[in-house]
Design a protein around this ligand. Structure first.
Ligand SMILES: [Zn+2]
Length: 338
């Protein structure tokens, strides 16, 4: 593992050398990722504006709806699926294009939305450090989607693996059933049906990606330990970025040197993945210097957002996670031929 990050460079680089040197022993190596760090995009000032979407707007007067507030996009998409056909209003704190919340800062509007909601759904596992006080104040009406999950090194990106997403869907549904019993049977039915959809896609991914087991990957954010673990990928490096910054020239040079070194020693060339949420110029530099190809893996942390609550937008949003995983499957399959 490498963290091209000036705060963390020393220790992880030695780990990376070990990992690259043992790339062929991938199956016995677990990516030793740390918890989600300051690697994401900063929230935009219009953050609190995303409290408008409702899957079921026409069904009941506003005041009777159960107001469910997700902290960010992956949970929002799960909620759209779980609450389908119920008398609820689902919204999220951070805008759909925010990505992870590692550096998110609450606005006054966010705080008002938190105060007004009936149920708050947070990821937990360190994703919402900014919410600590609010979570304490709302603890009786908050669902923590990671609670009880077997975390890898306190990493919060559980949903990025299909099995983790299914687990979180069920965890959220269980919480909703307790906090909003009037809709319990619908939550149960919807969660089961959504979990089945994810499972079906996951089965396809497992069968089509069987040949990728043990392949080495480099990612640009610590979002993939659960995904890599599920599909047997070996993460040899993670370029961890401070918000809005690129790795320094020195950090890039170190990573390039490590890759070149691995290549000259006859190790297999790792796959290099940027994420659609991040600038990939650092990845391009590494690709140009080393000859390895940059591709995109989507941690399904941003996506379309039905701003007007129109059916087509909402439907598209509901499928957002599945669409991201379908794309990931295609990207990874294209590497099977390499
Ligand atoms: Zn993240």
């Amino acid at each position: 593992m490498i963290f091209v990050n000036k705060n963390k460079a020393k220790k992880p680089i030695s780990v990376t050398k070990t990992l690259i040197a043992t790339a062929f022993l991938a199956l016995i190596l677990m990516p030793s990722l740390t918890s989600c760090k300051k690697g994401s995009q900063q929230a935009t000032p219009q953050a609190a504006a995303n409290t408008t979407n409702s899957t079921n707007e026409a069904q009941a007067p506003e005041e009777n709806k159960t107001k469910i507030l997700a902290t960010f996009y992956p949970l929002y998409v799960m909620l759209l699926n779980i609450t389908e056909g119920t008398n609820t209003e689902v919204s999220m704190i951070a805008p759909a294009n925010t990505g992870c919340l590692h550096d998110y800062q609450l606005t006054t509007k966010d705080m008002q939305a938190i105060e007004k909601c009936d149920i708050l759904v947070a990821n937990g596992a360190g994703m919402e450090d900014f919410l600590e006080k609010a979570l304490e104040a709302k603890k009786d009406s908050t669902i923590i989607a990671s609670q009880g999950y077997n975390l890898i090194e306190e990493n919060p990106h559980i949903w990025v693996s299909p099995s983790g997403a299914i687990w979180q869907v069920k965890q959220i549904a269980e919480g909703l059933k307790k906090l909003d019993p009037q809709n319990a049977s619908a939550y149960e039915k919807n969660a089961t049906s959504y979990a089945e959809k994810i499972q079906e896609l996951s089965d396809t991914m497992h069968s089509e990606l069987e040949g990728l087991k043990g392949k080495s990957v480099i990612t640009f954010h610590e979002a993939f330990p659960y995904f890599s673990s599920e599909f047997g990928l070996n993460t040899v490096a993670v370029v961890e970025r401070e918000p809005g910054t690129e790795p320094s020239a020195r950090e890039l040079a170190d990573l390039v040197a490590l890759i070149k070194d691995a290549k000259t020693k006859g190790s297999k060339v790792p796959m290099l993945f940027a994420e659609p949420q991040y600038s990939s110029s650092a990845a391009e530099v590494i690709a140009n210097e080393t000859g390895i190809k940059v591709q995109e893996l989507d941690p399904a942390v941003t996506g379309p957002f039905g701003k007007d609550g129109t059916d087509s937008d909402t439907l598209q949003t509901k499928e957002s996670y599945l669409n991201a995983m379908r794309k990931n499957l295609e990207v990874l399959k294209s590497n099977l031929a390499d």
